[in-house]
Design a protein around this ligand. Sequence first.
Ligand code: HAX
Length: 442
Amino acid sequence: MNNLKEKLYQKIQEHRPRITQLLEEHGDTVIDNVTVAQVIGGMRGIKSLVTDISYLDPFEGIRYRGFTLPEVLAKLPKPDRANMPFVEGLYYLLLTGEIPTKEEVESLVVDFKNRRVVPRYVWDVIDAFPSNSHPMAILSAAVMSLERESHFSSNYKNGINKMDYWSTTYEDATNLLAKMPLIGAYIYNKLYHPEKGHRYPDPSLDLGGNFAYMMGKDSPYDDVSRMYFIIHADHESGNVSAHTGHLVASSLSDIYYATSAMINGLAGPLHGLANQEVLRWLQGLMEQMKGEIPSEEDLKAYVWDTLNSGQVIPGYGHAVLRKTDPRYTVQREFCLKNMPEDPLFKYVDALYKVVPDILREQGKAKNPWPNVDAQSGVVQWHYGVTQYDFYTVLFAIGRSFGVLSNIIWDRALGYPLERPKSITTEMLEKMVEPKNELASMT
Ligand code: HAX
């Protein structure tokens, strides 16, 4: 076993009795109630999932294993001359809850490099897609094609002990995470730079550095990649991508099926695709303004036009958050430091000053503040990744770290098949009926 896997096993053994105790001693304790509005409204806010990888406080934002994003970025070890931490170190933190030493991360970086090789047939699957396919569809299929490599599935067929499921899941997850950036860069080059062709990985580089290299981008795009993958890694368990990954894996489908499914969920415009929608929307504004910086009145008119035509303002609002997303703030600070004069950033900055008030005035959105997607495309654009269909692929690579860490722990703690109960509309109507009858009797 390598360092991380040994440490993880120790943590799993310490954690298992906590779940047993909760179930045996408090299994019938009620911790939440459910309203009709929650049942009809996408199960918002019902406490029905458990994860220790991250927690999303509505007013504070995300914490990974108890650490805020600024803390994660400050505490995790960094490659020499880099300003952002090793993504591999984040995986260590998510799995164990501990900040690794630089030596521990460097050993994990070597392990990731050893798992990088992508079988030839994956490139063939990608190459078979027409060049106008959406990169998220290609990514999902490429991940799916790797399913034949699953150690979990082959071991399951041979009858492994339930207590050991986590071990082969860890192998599958780490193998896939090491390959995902290579697959992403291959898709990028195939769709947008076929003349340049595929770049082979640089064995001297960590995951983020190598991704930048394979994308054909110079520094600081390596730091952009590290930052991007880290801030997108997890957002507790109830969001569409994380929940889909967990749900599919709960049937003991292996992580290739689960990751492909989570990618499909992320590809929706209300979720991960919002970052490309933001860019499309900003470009519309720039075109209308013929590149000039708009006045506050121009901006307000553009925002109201979008709302009045029945569309949402992309990059604003959130199902859980009730303040500016710290993932937005991290990127905003990066922009202020590295690209304050970027024209798109100036638009984003100017919008930040008008959109929240307009959303409040409209009175629909529960959260008028920007989310992660309001900034992320702007950073990519600045460094020459102007093909905004691709942005959600970057999100998917980052999100895989959280989703897969969760699935490893799901297996370790023996979480069962997910199976909530559904009811019919008539049943719901009957459930609220007695109240109406009582009201009419008084
Ligand atoms: N612009 C306009 N209207 C908005 C809005 C926005 N940015 N955000 C919410 N609303 C509207 C909703 O459409 C809803 O209207 P209806 O009652 O007419 O259906 C109403 O306000 C209440 O919605 P809510 O409870 O505040 O928000 P939800 O939990 O239903 O939805 C969303 C959360 C993120 C999907 C929503 O805020 C939205 O559509 N935002 C724009 C798209 C976006 O930025 N998505 C990325 C979110 C971050 C993420 O997950 N990234 O992956």
